[in-house]
Design a protein around this ligand. Structure first.
Ligand code: PLP
Length: 294
């Protein structure tokens, strides 16, 4: 049973010049595949998705594919051929053949500089163990993202809300959090609105309601948040979106950073102040998320 699987997608888009070759092929995941001129590597010019695999089933597959297509449109990339991407994801999962938690990352770059087609690949792997984050939680710091909350409307060229390969900032804030003795980050807009984590969506509970920052804030449309809301509604909780301030988040009964693969990590401290963790509620949420088969 392989721990890692890599498929090169030779036909990532319908607009790419035709090739008689198969739409994808499995290669040795340890072998070099990308050229030094690929714009994904030299400019971070491309898009990706990471999706959870539980018991051999892709989770939120349609939502991830929709978001992949939306990110491509925001970057003026050729439209990904979603039939091919769906098939390569399923084939990667089958090849991985792992009964526990795994993930698949799909990537489409603008391709080689001055070339005529995007570059695409799908990488499948067994997931790291996130038990500690899921049970003990994460300490977060709130950091200014430096943009207003309406940046998506005022400046679409900043690509806020697209899942691009340009994650150097999302990684840098993790190092800043570590310097401040924290594990993770909640971004706040320059005008004081809670946004998202660098790799996660913020979800919080107030009484019998589960909430998340509103859409249209230049944040990613989270697939895990959508599933968490589905679960909450099954539990009889109300769900809604709201414009959230740091004080509103601090006054919540509990809060989580939710994302594919890591799932729900309860927030146990905000800016050095301890924050309540609802262990039983979190465990139920994670159990449901891990068992999802669609
Ligand atoms: N926001 C950002 C910036 C992310 O990178 C991610 C996931 O990587 C999320 C939110 C959560 O999205 P999802 O739940 O679909 O994984």
């Amino acid at each position: 049973m392989p721990q890692h699987v890599l498929a090169i997608v030779d036909r990532p888009s319908r607009e790419a010049p035709g090739t008689d070759a198969a739409p994808w092929r499995f290669v040795d995941p340890g072998s070099p595949q990308l050229t030094a001129l690929d714009l994904g590597a030299t400019r971070g010019d491309g898009i990706f998705e990471s999706l959870s695999v539980g018991h051999g089933r892709a989770q939120a597959l349609d939502h991830h594919l929709r978001r992949f297509a939306r990110s491509a449109a925001m970057l003026d990339l050729p439209a990904p051929d979603l039939d091919i991407w769906r098939a390569v994801i399923l084939a990667t999962i089958a090849e991985l053949d792992h009964p526990g938690e795994a993930f698949v990352k799909i990537v489409m770059t603008r391709g080689i500089e001055y070339g005529d087609r995007p570059t695409g690949w799908a990488y499948g792997s067994v997931s790291p163990d996130f038990t500690k984050e899921r049970t003990q939680g994460v300490a977060v710091v709130m950091l200014d993202r430096g943009y207003r909350h309406d940046v998506e409307q005022t400046s679409p060229w900043l690509l806020a809300g697209a899942k691009t390969l340009s994650y150097a900032i999302n990684r840098a804030v993790g190092r800043e959090a570590a310097r401040r003795g924290a594990d993770d980050v909640v971004f706040v807009s320059s005008d004081g609105i809670v946004l998202e984590g660098p790799t996660s969506t913020v979800v919080y509970r107030r009484g019998n309601e589960l909430l998340t920052p509103g859409t249209g804030l230049g944040i990613l449309d989270g697939t895990t948040q959508a599933n968490v809301f589905r679960w909450a509604e099954q539990q009889g909780l109300a769900t809604s979106f709201e414009l959230t301030t740091p004080d509103l988040l601090r006054s919540a009964d509990a809060a989580w950073l939710v994302s594919s693969v890591r799932l729900a990590a309860p927030i146990n401290a905000i800016d050095d102040e301890p924050f309540p963790v609802d262990a039983a509620f979190t465990a139920a949420m994670n159990e449901w998320l891990a068992a999802l088969d669609d």
